[in-house]
Design a binder for this molecule. Structure first.
Ligand SMILES: Cc1ncc(C[n+]2csc(CCOP(=O)(O)OP(=O)(O)O)c2C)c(N)n1
Ligand SMILES: [Mg+2]
Length: 344
């Protein structure tokens, strides 16, 4: 039997969820899953270049947090595993797929690729290829909201920032430096650690002295919570509480979501280091199946309704691939555009 950290128990009776909200969460997670599966297919068919890191298995974290934010107002920052965060934040599948194909219609104008999704319109601050690189950027975004509200008197500047990163990133210096500043200045930010147990081939428990990352928040006098990252309702619950705290000026939260990636580190990884038993343990906790079972059991949705959502999403993804394929390459004469910010 594999030694797994005990997942915190979440009583679904604690949540009241409407049918509409349940289906919205299901749709967003399905979009993330199907999108990534299509990426794998396109990558192996030679349509994408460079490293591509997929998010399969972790969907409950993106959906549970980002769908609790205000779309296009609150801020999101990500890592190189960023396609699904971009989709949850509202970036159209067409633009994410076109970015992966390196096309001019991509959300980063084809300049970024898989690891650098960006959208000013959707307040997506970027995917970042350097481990922990997004943490200071997100902390700065949270600082500007607070500065505009308190120093410049802009009452509308109550945006919250959600900063996503992995367990490996939580051993980097930026994590500790930013936690210190965020707590000191009571910044409106959620540090969402997606603890999927591995940093490429380094097991989390072998790389850190205190594996419970959420406990590190206490050293800064900050709220820290652990959550079952395979349960979207649990993630949503802790995210809503943390967002409410942040918006009320009560400061930041570290959310450690215990989760697992169902595929290798990147599509170039043969994934030979993780044991079969460990993978099985987590596959049985598939967050999408879990939500589907809950919706059906609570009579919030029928199997047919869920199937209809899946078909709609599949059509959206097929359309995204067609759009990406038919889109133009960036014009070489525009090579130096978008290096510095411009209006559009
Ligand atoms: C500063 C830096 N050091 C090393 C790397 C190489 N690297 C890429 S991904 C990765 C593992 C990070 O793992 P984690 O933060 O747990 O995220 P996950 O891949 O599990 O989502 C490493 C070491 C890098 N990209 N940036
Ligand atoms: Mg990891």
């Amino acid at each position: 039997m594999v030694q797994e950290r005990t997942l915190p128990v979440f009583q679904t009776s604690q949540v009241q969820i409407s049918k509409e909200e349940g289906l919205r969460l299901y749709e967003d997670m399905t979009l993330g899953r199907f999108f990534e599966d299509k990426c794998a297919e396109m990558y192996y068919r030679g349509k994408m270049f460079g490293f591509v890191h997929l998010y399969n298995g972790q969907e409950a974290v993106s959906t549970g947090v980002i769908k609790s934010l205000r779309q296009d107002e609150d801020y999101v920052s990500s890592t190189y595993r960023d396609h699904v965060h971009a989709l949850s934040a509202g970036v159209p599948a067409r633009e994410v797929m076109a970015e992966l194909f390196g096309k001019a219609t991509g959300c980063s104008k084809g300049r970024g690729g898989s690891m650098h999704m960006f959208s000013g319109k959707h307040h997506l601050l970027g995917g970042y290829a350097f481990v922990a690189e997004g943490i200071p950027v997100a902390t700065g975004a949270a600082f500007q909201s607070k500065y505009r509200r308190e120093a410049l008197g802009d009452a509308n500047a109550d945006q919250v920032t959600a900063c996503f990163f992995g367990d490996g990133a939580a051993n980097n210096g930026q994590f500790f430096e930013c936690l210190n500043m965020a707590a000191l200045w009571k910044l409106p930010i959620l540090y969402v650690v997606e603890n999927n147990k591995w940093a490429i081939g380094m097991a989390h428990d072998r790389a850190t002295s205190v594996p419970e990352i959420y406990k590190k928040a206490a050293a800064f006098g900050m709220a820290g919570v652990e959550v079952d990252g395979m349960d979207v309702l649990a993630v949503r619950q802790v995210a809503q509480e943390a967002i409410a705290r942040a918006r009320a000026g009560e400061g930041p939260t570290v959310i450690e979501a215990l989760t697992y990636r169902f595929r290798g580190h990147s599509l170039a990884d043969p994934d030979e280091l993780r044991s079969k038993e460990e993978k099985e343990f987590w596959f049985t906790r598939d967050p999408i199946k879990k939500l589907a079972a809950y919706l059906i059991e609570q009579s919030l949705a029928s199997g047919d309704e869920l199937k209809a959502i899946e078909q709609k999403i599949q059509a959206e993804i097929d359309d995204a691939v067609k759009f990406a394929e038919e889109s133009p390459e960036p014009d070489p004469s525009e090579l130096y555009r978008f290096i510095f910010a411009e209006d559009e």
